[in-house]
Design a protein around this ligand. Structure first.
Ligand code: ZN
Length: 120
């Protein structure tokens, strides 16, 4: 007959006032003690590593989301100037037969709006 071991883990009670023994059998021998599968040091480390990884991934996703939001807001700020530059071209296009060469205003306005939109 094989010897039965108790899990070495102490578990805080429901009220946080003390500890009780884990009720499971110790089936894993690590670090000089017997543990149930849930409480073995290797199992605890693996759960912690998985938890850390999920937290890091969540932090990374939140940061990417924040960056996308910043970029959307930056582009939104450029919108009025881009629309004004396009309007200047349309205005010029409507009058080009009368005015002759392309005036400086739409070109400079478009360059400035594009530079702002492309270079944060
Ligand atoms: Zn246990």
């Amino acid at each position: 007959m094989t010897e039965q071991h108790k899990c070495a883990q102490d578990i805080s009670d429901d009220f946080g006032a003390g500890f009780r023994d884990c009720a499971r059998h110790g089936t894993v021998f690590e670090d000089g003690k017997w543990w149930c599968k849930q409480h073995s040091p290797s199992s605890t480390r693996a759960r912690q590593a998985a938890s850390d990884l999920r937290r890091d991934e969540q932090t990374h996703r939140r940061h990417e989301e924040w960056e996308r939001k910043q970029e959307r807001e930056r582009r939104a700020e450029c919108f009025p100037e881009l629309v004004a530059a396009l309007q200047a071209w349309l205005d010029w296009n409507g009058q080009q037969m009368k005015l002759g060469p392309i005036p400086d205003r739409p070109i400079e306005q478009t360059r400035a709006a594009l530079a702002k939109a492309e270079n944060p």
